[in-house]
Write a protein that binds this ligand. Structure first.
Ligand code: GUN
Length: 283
């Protein structure tokens, strides 16, 4: 039976450590603060934003939430970001994605001061990740790296296969694995003979957004399998990109959905917010 990589427990541990760290920082006059902006009524986004607010409380981080109506113009959103860029008590800014169609995501991301970009989505931060000299690590890939560490498997020299090439997960994930000396393959919707690639993986990260896409027979015996997918099924249940029932029989370690990568993403956001408070203080 595969070892279960419980993100819920690992993230609780990390948040406890962060709480101690924020207390020490506050004693030195450094106060981490996170602004979370959500535009529109997307129910999944509302849940994620609530989780982020709650995590701030748990870590002793000051937070401000801006819930803007669907009709908010791009100009209004950019004005708010500019205000927060200059606001002393705010060290990190996060605009929950996706934004409504009439707002250009790229313009919004680029409006955030890179020093407050706790998502690490700004091209400046993306570039820094590429060269391996970064303040912020994108939250979901960073959470995945923590769970791999939890599995006890050393990434160095291992075959790592990332399924998915998004800017939020797949691409930065590949870079983080590479920085730890993994041999990395990125697969995607045009990849030929996907199972042949995934079966080579000592470490397999699934981030495609297709429920139950990776089956047990696509996984190498004993592999570490990290499932980034959060798919809402017609019966309202959450389901990952990996077919858990068949995968856990083959994998050496595997993440559950929910309770795997999801809570780790939020913990890493908290870590970036604390880091941002230090970065902003020293500039
Ligand atoms: N939507 C889905 N994942 C994310 C994330 O990591 N950050 C933001 N801002 N929006 C998201």
């Amino acid at each position: 039976m595969a070892k279960l990589l419980m993100g819920k427990e690992v993230s609780a541990r990390i948040k406890n450590e962060l709480r101690e760290e924020t207390e020490k920082l506050k004693a030195r006059g450094i106060n981490p603060g996170l602004a979370v902006i959500i535009v529109g009524e997307d129910p999944a986004s509302q849940v994620y934003v609530r989780n982020k607010e709650r995590a701030c409380e748990e870590c002793g981080i000051y937070s401000e939430k801006y819930a803007l109506p669907e009709e908010t113009t791009q100009e209004e959103l950019l004005r708010l970001i500019d205000e927060l860029n200059h606001k002393e008590c705010i060290s990190g800014i996060l605009v929950q994605l996706p934004v409504p169609k009439h707002i250009d995501e790229k313009t919004v991301i680029e409006a955030i001061d890179p020093k407050k970009d706790v998502d690490a989505f700004h091209p400046v931060n993306v570039g820094k990740i590429m060269v391996g000299n970064y303040d912020f690590v994108p939250c979901t890939p960073a959470g995945v790296m923590e769970l791999i560490k939890e599995s006890g498997v050393d990434v160095s020299g291992k075959e790592c296969v990332v399924v998915g090439r998004s800017n939020i997960v797949g691409k930065p994930q590949a870079m983080l694995l590479l920085h730890q000396n993994g041999t990395v393959t990125i697969c995607h919707s045009r990849t030929k003979d996907l199972a042949e690639k995934t079966k080579r993986a000592d470490i397999l990260v699934a981030a495609v957004g297709i429920p139950n896409f990776i089956k047990g027979d696509m996984i190498k015996e004993g592999a570490v399998v990290i499932d980034v997918g959060i798919n809402r099924m017609p019966d309202k249940k959450l389901c990952g990109d990996v077919e858990f029932e068949t995968a856990e029989k083959v994998a050496g370690a595997i993440t559950p959905v929910p309770g795997g990568v999801g809570p780790m993403t939020v913990a890493m956001l908290m870590k970036n917010t604390v880091r941002a408070a230090m970065v902003n203080k020293s500039r």
